[in-house]
Design a protein around this ligand. Structure first.
Ligand code: AMP
Ligand code: ZN
Length: 505
């Protein structure tokens, strides 16, 4: 069977486009990463997982990938829905709130970016080839702003340096928000504008550099002390690590305007060439039918969900959370519910059981034909075909679950040959969707050495093993009951004893 082409919906053209890397079979792409002023929430991760799935799908058809995803640690202001974001610096605001915990804003940024990377690994996301930080690319940003000034696209005022949208007639080609419309919008834009900079020439002009000698994070520049505008970092870092033209750019739907519109204006004004060919945007996630919001009780960080109960989390297996986020296609509205999470947790448990069965059958290597390989091959093709069709994750999951149920039905009657096929199928599905096994041992929270619950469980299991050795079965059973009450399921097999958390969503 020939592989169908890889299609993704392109916000720029308004239709599903075939993904055609400039260098055939090597996809080079950039995804906007988080602003690291707090723990990432599940909505952020819905967007990050889209980038992860783009990489996985490209790799599944044998392409190379260069995946760049940044960390925003300066320049993102609270009112980022206007072209020239206003309000308070998100990092500085967080430091004010978390003052006691961090010595300074740099420590705060480092702490939350480390936490982000931990969550990233726990949810089995492909590691980007480069994870550049805005604060580590100041020189490049200053040079880019200078280049825009020299080419006549930017002007300086007492408060900063602005990009002049009227100099870039294509402004609005991604979002439909053109410079002319902004002038007509008048009042609203004006009233916001007056709090900004009276020297600004057009309401949609956006800051490339903000002069601010009092800002907590500041750098010296040709325009004095200050910090870069939020949009410039992504144009600069994408060009630095991928080149002047990139195959694909991804982010959440809120970034279409102004962030990505401004990125296009900056990059294309500097190079005179089209910046990204494909723009992929993830629809926002809601929780139990409502917008996620810190003021409501529905703001869910990845941490809250996957941390062990012993340390105040909900103890959700990370792969169950990942599966829930995959259960809706990235471009459709997605309502995250605890019912869906419970369903996913059951599926993940079933997958784990089947994986163990298959590994056992492989070891036993019973004689017989491979009576599952053909059907599993068809199911893999179905899953891959779905992913190539604009990342249709619900369909890819349906094919996976069908295969898993089939293997569960066969149970321990797998021949060695069938087990080999089944094991290869699980590996391939895992590479495509990342839901079968954690990437690294570290990502498996239940076995984390620093997890106090895990330490307690391991200790009790040792005592139980000793009791069994001494034929003190009463004591061994009592320990098992104790573990059961702690929400721990113990599984004995000829290879030894393993355990897992029972799902308690
Ligand atoms: P931020 O940390 O605010 O810069 O956001 C990081 C990424 O998460 C961006 O691509 C946002 O568009 C995306 N994002 C934020 N909230 C949601 C949400 N509720 N659903 C999906 N993506 C989101
Ligand atoms: Zn960005």
């Amino acid at each position: 069977m020939s592989t169908p082409s890889f299609r993704l919906y392109n916000t720029l053209t308004g239709q599903p486009d075939v993904v055609e890397p400039a260098e055939p079979r090597h996809l080079r792409f950039y995804a906007c990463g988080p602003t690291v002023y707090s723990y990432a929430h599940i909505g952020n991760f819905r967007s990050f997982i889209t980038a992860d799935l783009i990489a996985r799908t490209a790799q599944a058809i044998g392409w190379d990938t260069t995946f760049v995803s940044n960390i925003t640690d300066v320049g993102h202001l609270t009112e980022d829905d206007v072209a020239d974001a206003t309000g308070e610096d998100k990092m500085a605001k967080a430091l004010r709130k978390e003052g006691q915990r961090f010595a300074n804003v740099w420590d705060l940024a480092r702490y939350f970016s480390d936490a982000l990377i931990d969550d990233w690994h726990a949810l089995n996301l492909v590691e980007p080839d480069v994870r550049p930080r805005a604060t580590e690319h100041m020189q490049q940003q200053i040079l880019a702003v200078q280049a825009l000034q020299e080419k006549g696209f930017a002007y300086e005022t007492k408060k900063g340096v602005y990009f002049s949208v009227e100099k870039f007639p294509e402004y609005g080609k991604l979002s439909g928000n053109t410079a002319e419309e902004a002038l007509v919008e008048g009042a609203a834009a004006q009233s916001r504008d007056t709090v900004q900079d009276p020297e600004k020439r057009h309401p949609r002009d956006f800051a490339l550099w903000k002069k601010d000698e009092k800002h907590l994070m500041q750098w010296h520049s040709p325009w004095g002390w200050g910090f870069p505008g939020w949009h410039i970092e992504c144009s600069v870092m994408a060009m630095e690590y991928i080149g002047e033209q990139i195959d694909l750019h991804a982010g959440g739907e809120d970034l279409i305007f102004p962030h990505h519109e401004c990125e296009i204006a900056q990059a294309e004004s500097i190079t005179g060439k089209p910046f990204a060919k494909l723009w992929v945007h993830t629809r926002f996630l809601q929780v139990e039918g409502e917008k996620m919001s810190k003021s409501k009780d529905n703001f869910l960080t990845v941490r809250d969900l996957i941390a062990p109960e012993a340390v105040g989390g909900r103890g959700i297996p990370p792969l169950a959370l990942r599966m829930t986020l995959l259960s809706g296609q990235y471009r459709k509205p997605f309502n995250f519910t605890f019912d869906k999470l419970r369903d996913s947790a059951r599926h993940i448990q079933r997958i784990e059981t089947v994986d163990q069965l298959v590994q056992q059958a492989l070891a036993e290597d019973a004689p017989g034909d491979d009576f599952v390989g053909e059907r599993l091959g068809e199911l893999y093709d179905r899953a891959l075909g779905a992913m190539l069709d604009d990342l249709n994750t619900p369909e890819a999951l349906a094919a996976t679950i069908e295969g898993v149920k089939m293997l569960q039905g066969i149970g321990s009657n797998l021949s060695g040959a069938a087990a080999t096929s089944a094991s290869e199928w699980l590996d391939k599905i895992n590479q495509l969707l990342g839901i079968i096994r954690p990437q690294t041992e570290d990502a498996d929270a239940s076995k984390d050495e620093t997890d106090p619950l895990a330490e307690k469980v391991e200790g009790l299991l040792e005592k139980r093993a000793q009791a069994r050795k001494n034929k003190d079965f009463e004591r061994a059973d009592a320990i098992r009951d104790e573990l059961d009450e702690m929400g721990i399921e113990v599984m004995d097999s000829p290879e030894g004893t393993t355990w897992r958390r029972k799902v308690s969503v």
